[in-house]
Design a binder for this molecule. Structure first.
Ligand code: HEC
Length: 153
């Protein structure tokens, strides 16, 4: 089950909105609910509008192999859900961004603009249950490194 950091820690979510680069976001929700290993660092890291733009780009460039809802098909693995999150558990949003930017679309790697790739990452965060916030995810590598993909166990 996914736990929405923003809803389990309203105070942390507000602090996050105020100070986007606050590295403490990484541990802001740790232990906020019993049974969770840590909060979701990537929660609140993107905006809904950005994810919407990313969805349109994903449909254009990625859905042929990964399906429109990112759950995968015969030509590409699922990019949303338990299996994907298990594979990426503990790795950073920056790692995911780099992986996509340098290797996808598989038939034409690095063919999109950097902004298009970051919007697609926002869409994938939404597809994996990370809640949105008010501000867009940026391409700042230092920031992307602090945002971790995590799932509850
Ligand atoms: C021509 C088919 C094709 C297209 C188009 C494509 N992919 Fe892929 N993708 C694959 C295949 C096949 C794999 C698994 C092999 C690999 O990892 O390279 C994969 C793997 C991935 C992975 C790694 C999955 C994991 O579990 O680690 C990500 C992330 C990804 N794709 C994202 C994207 C995104 C985002 C786009 C659009 C910009 C895209 N792909 C377009 C075929 C495709």
């Amino acid at each position: 089950m996914l736990v929405a950091c923003a809803s389990c820690c309203p105070r942390a979510a507000r602090a996050r909105a105020d100070r986007r680069r606050d590295r403490r976001r990484r541990v802001a929700c740790r232990g906020a609910r019993s049974g969770t290993r840590t909060g979701h660092a990537a929660a609140g890291a993107y905006s809904e509008a950005q994810a919407k733009r990313g969805e349109a780009r994903f449909v254009d460039a990625c859905s042929g192999c990964h399906a429109r809802d990112a759950h995968g098909g015969s030509d590409g693995p699922s990019l949303a859900g338990v299996d994907f999150l298990s594979a990426w558990d503990g790795r950073s949003v920056g790692d995911l961004f780099t992986r996509i930017r340098t290797t996808m679309p598989q038939d034409s790697p690095s063919s999109l603009s950097p902004d298009a790739y970051i919007e697609i990452v926002a869409f994938l965060l939404r597809a994996n249950g990370f809640p949105a916030n008010a501000t867009d995810l940026t391409r700042d590598p230092a920031l992307l490194k602090t945002l971790l993909l995590a799932r509850t166990r």
